[in-house]
Design a protein around this ligand. Sequence first.
Ligand code: PLP
Length: 384
Amino acid sequence: MTASPPIALFDMKAQQALIRDELDRRIAAVLDSGAFINGPEVRELEAQLADFAGCAHAVGVSSGTDALQIAMMAEGIGRGDAVFLPAFTYTATAEVPLVLGATPVFVDVDPVTFNLDIADLERRIALVRKEGRLRPRAVVGVDLFGLPADWPAIEAICAREEMFALDDAAQAFGAALHGKRLGRWGHAAALSFYPTKTLGCYGDGGALLTDSDERAELYRQLRTHGEGKSRYEVLRTGMNGRLDTLQAAVLLTKLPLLADELAARTKVAAAYGAGLSGLVQAPGSVPGADHAWGLYSVLLPQGVDRARVQDALKAAGVPSGIYYPKPLHHQPAYAAAHAGSIAGGPPPLPVSEMLCTRILSLPMHPYLSEEAVGRVIAALRAAL
Ligand SMILES: *Cc1c(COP(=O)(O)O)cnc(C)c1O
């Protein structure tokens, strides 16, 4: 009997094998041209990203984190400003407002979609307004694990409150809501091309998507030290936040695969859903949403020893991950900012806390075979 190939949580090798010749050709072209910074591949990629998302502008930047930072810098967000964001997300979402001197206000998430709980968002905006110390300036909606947040509701709140609506779509490029891809929701969307994201490069990279001409212009200035028309005119305080030409060349090679890869992820998710029903809480969906399936995260039943389940999966050759083990308001770096964000102490965040104890991510990538999915399901059944 031949041994089954090991299962990967994410897989970049199968994809690379498909496109290796084109990758080599594209990378060689950059090596030959020597245009490592702001080469023509960056502009070519930006045009293709905007086209894929159906938005007016894409601006390539150095990472998803820098995309978030440039977007907030462009709004002038800083000291005295409150930025509302989920307590259950990756650390970068909360780090950026703090780096800029603003205060993150953590909002609880929905127990089914794992995305911003709109009623809790409304409640916290009202509390901050009532106290009058911080100015509500922005809402960062995260499309966690690839599922679009409730953008119609977030957009309506931001319009009413005159706040900036920023989509942290780092895990969700390719997802859509009511037929509109992310990049057309909110005022701007931040993408990450970290290698394991739905569209990943071979290093760090990111982009900002927007329909606003003014914002796109500002993003281009800010990613290049705030420079104006000439290289020696500094219009505003910016940063070094450019996307490398080599990474743009990698992304140009991978982008043509994305539509098929999204379809393959959807098939894997459907097989998991069927095989795991009744065993764990499958990822929630919302009407009109096309999930990008950046991660496949289930909720284990209450009281199950997650570490033991992970050990049993590992023994069966099935890797798993925990995104995220700790809600952000409990992270040492953010606890003080959280405590001081609303006078008398902010309301509790029970759903975020509960999810951190029960969430478990299973292998998810477009090249997962039916046989491998079956092995994951069988291993989880046996472990529970
Ligand atoms: C990955 C990620 C980021 C940061 O992207 P980097 O490219 O790693 O800087 C931000 N937010 C979320 C939700 C992410 O998953």
